[in-house]
Ligand binder design. Sequence first.
Ligand code: F6R
Length: 279
Amino acid sequence: MLKSSIDKATGFEKRFENIGTVVYADSTSASKSIAEEIASLIKVKQSQRQPCILGLATGSSPKGLYAELVRLHKEEGLSFKNVISFNLDEYYPMEPDSVNSYVRFMQEQLFNHVDILPENCFVPDGTLPKDKIREYCSDYEAKIEALGGIDLQILGIGGNGHIGFNESGSLQNSKTRLVALDHITRVAASGDFSGLENTPRTAITLGVKKIMEAKRVILMAWGESKSNIIKASVEDTVTSHVPASYLQEHDNATFVLDQAAASKLTRINTPWLVEKIVW
Ligand code: F6R
């Protein structure tokens, strides 16, 4: 996992990776291993007669994970009756039955295919009047707090390093709130909305603070297009410019990557820099 090296000039050990990273041959095997971790957490919580609080993401990255969780439910009897889930974000404004709503995404990818109780599935509400959003967001956080916090948070990563819709510049103590979407994020989503002009400009997102308070965080990234931002998040300094880099300061966060997303990490791109040199 964490690879270290000897800095030739100083002779001191130098870490390149400041977050645990696990690299799989492909996103399918990576998604299966994340699903296994989630399944065992759900079962541990069941044996303790406790709810399992999951923080969930949407987008293309978690689709394989949700497919595997559905398979575990259908073929191996994994029950979601003790799961309470909180999604990271939702476009604003957004009707729940719209094709691009994250409510609909979650129903189609996961909720409709497992035995999770509908009243235990929380996705930020994209239909609220603007003057109700602030109170709604603080209630969303209060619900999470009342349950003792998020046990396991699943994240994807935006090309600009966003987590949830905490875009570049989001503070580490940022709360759940209405945010303006970065142009890069809107361009990435514009295909789903048939053009940039139809793509929402705002969204409601869980703040960085609640993500950082999760007991366990797994960020997944697939494909070459994520490789530069993965390197920046894992190896460069912690900066609000790249919100995923805040996870360097989380004591139980892991980046699960396929080979393409990991391809710019020093240990893969320039492995001779991390080989231990015996003088
Ligand atoms: C989605 C979310 C976003 C995505 C990110 C990556 O709920 O919070 O941060 O995880 O934009 O999206 P994909 O997986 O589509 O590359």
